[in-house]
Design a protein. Sequence first.
Length: 493
Amino acid sequence: MLLISTRNAAEQKTPLKAVLKGIAPDGGLYVPENFPELSLEAISQLQHKTYQEMAGLILSKYIDMTQEELTELAQRAYESFDDAQVAPLVKLPKGEFILELFHGPTLAFKDMALQVLPRLMSAALQREEPDKKVLILTATSGDTGKAALEGFKDVPNTAIVVFFPDQGVSDMQKLQMVTQRGNNTFVSAVVGNFDDAQTGVKRIFADQQMEKELAQKGYALSSANSINFGRLAPQIVYYIYSYVRLLERGEISLGEKINFVVPTGNFGNILAAYYAKQMGLPVHKLICASNKNNVLTDFFRKGIYNKNREFYKTISPSMDILISSNLERLLFELFDRDDQKVRELMESLMAKGEYAIGEEERAKLEQVFYGEYCNEQETEKAICDTFAQEGYLLDTHTAVAKAVYDKYLADTNDQTKTVIVSTASPYKFAADVLSAVSGEPSQGDAFAMAQKLEQKTGVAIPANILELRDLPVRHDHVEPKEHLADFVRAVLK
Ligand SMILES: *Cc1c(COP(=O)(O)O)cnc(C)c1O
């Protein structure tokens, strides 16, 4: 298996090399040269295997390591999860299923991939560049930075630097980062907002002097964001896994199609579902759920992607995005792998902030995807109603998926069995979840609110939140936005 660039199919890399590179030299994203096949018989044979065993098998179809190596890697990656099933599938009273992807160390679905990626990078280094180390550099608005820190923590031959905006993350998210453990983790606040942190990081990536200094110390610079193929591949696993679990429980018969509802931002999670479908997983509809930042809903409905619009800060912040980078990989498939066409669309996005696909392509998309969004009130109502009527507590992102699924049902009356992908623990967003279930604004510090939520709902606070209260602060550095490179230099000493 080789990976090719969406903007130039002649640019090819072996998977581990592509994982080290991250993005292709032409700015494109690496995609598999073809989709490995997963027959119904192969799906049937996955029954009663553990998550880690399934991960080993499925990853070995995409990554140039053996199934044994990858199963072992998955075993280590998911060791820190607080549920032995890794991704439990819960059935709600009304019949829909919730796939819980938040049992990792940072309580959000990013752990599913960010516990695997660092281990792939480490293996890639050993094989491809045994004398080199990687320095991961990331600006974060919350979830990604912490998940990357946990993933790279103490991974040999890697170090990670995370910058977060001092005025741009929640109290809990900040606590999670400043108490980060590990001998190769470095965290600094940046005076400013997320854009300031992001711009500072981009400047370091473009700084040739910096590159030289890093090379002298044996480091190559890389990033951990969701366009890296090493983050995409592990996400394919849980779509297949949930199908197999439904099969085992007799909820579906072999070959029966199911729906997935995915709360979407950068389009990485739902793209993995599409990849699973391309491999042969029986999927009817992929329901793309957006919040008020509904650029994707418009795209699926009108065939026009237009980022020139107001940006809203919502209670589902990890979905507050105007450019969904991973959509480029879907366009590549939609246009039958026409790299020239993808290049044109992306150039149009850069130059004008928009692009359009033809009606023929839009209709083709509609056979698989259904795009819908909900507003803030509808999100809160979904949390409140689902708890009152079904006894299940949703976080603010998963609530968007639930609200959108209800709209989908009202619109289509589709009776297909459906899995709602749950991307975060309600305790990661305790203040907003609490005010949604109690109907009044919540007050107090992050821990007080978590406690109130536990009292009100009876859902236990995860241990990873509780321990934050007693962990010492290890990272109290604050850097002016112009000087982020100084922090990196200091770290390397
Ligand atoms: C990142 C994130 C999302 C969005 O996932 P994408 O892959 O970017 O579409 C949704 N919910 C939560 C909690 C997240 O952290």
